[in-house]
Write a protein that binds this ligand. Structure first.
Ligand code: MNH
Ligand code: ZN
Length: 181
């Protein structure tokens, strides 16, 4: 995972739990002297170890922490890549552009990013079907990112996620219901 993801995790942990907790997490789960550089690659296992540490401290299931982080992450990514997010004027067009516009841009900006395969289609007006596949199985992070994007555009949404890699499926299917604008 890119350092930028850890940078946003640090922002969230410091904001919600304090700098001491972040330093403790670094101590327990990362090599001595770890500094995250946004464009550099770090083992995804390190992200899971840190998220697990947060989950233990908050006495929350790991998947709830991953989802909450995803929601926080959207604003963190938008702040750092405003030019990319500003290409979209509403929630639906941004979601439809994740693969072909946003992650394509990420591929140009970063060397060897670990991106998921995401494809979206409008199944009927107000309904987006998103297919998600990634060896990291961060579909709950994707759900959180979608809620973060909805918050960003002040858009009410509802997500159902019945088909899931965590339940043995080959890929996840997220049905996103977009309330009338
Ligand atoms: Mn995007 C990683 C989904 C918007 C830049 N993104 C991820 C991951 C998911 C994801 C899930 C975690 C990796 C994985 O699953 O294997 N991203 C989304 C969704 C939205 C989204 C569902 C919108 C909603 N992403 C954005 C935006 C940007 C961005 C906006 C920035 C302009 N995403 C990234 C970067 C990574 C990433 C950077 C990290 C890649 C890496 O760590 O190597
Ligand atoms: Zn899933």
């Amino acid at each position: 995972m890119k350092g930028i993801i850890f940078n946003v995790l640090e922002d969230m942990v410091v904001e919600q739990l304090g700098m001491e907790v972040w330093n403790e997490l670094l101590q327990s789960h990362t090599p001595e002297g770890r500094v995250y550089v946004s464009a550099k690659n770090y083992d995804a296992g390190e992200l899971f170890a840190m998220a697990n540490g947060v989950a233990l401290r908050l006495n929350m299931p790991l998947q709830d922490v991953v989802k909450a982080f995803g929601q926080f992450l959207f604003k963190g990514l938008a702040d750092r890549h405003l030019d990319v997010v500003e290409r979209f004027t509403d929630f639906t067009s941004l979601v439809m552009g994740i693969h072909d516009v946003i992650h394509l841009e990420v591929n140009k900006l970063y060397q060897d990013p670990s991106l998921p395969t995401i494809s979206c289609r409008i199944s009927r007006p107000g309904h987006i079907e998103m297919n998600y596949n990634s060896p990291r199985k961060l579909c709950l992070c994707a759900e959180g990112l979608l809620f973060g994007a909805a918050e960003y555009f002040d858009q009410a949404i509802n997500i159902t996620h019945a088909v899931c890699m965590h339940k043995g499926a080959q890929q996840c299917i997220l049905h996103i219901e977009v309330a009338d604008e």
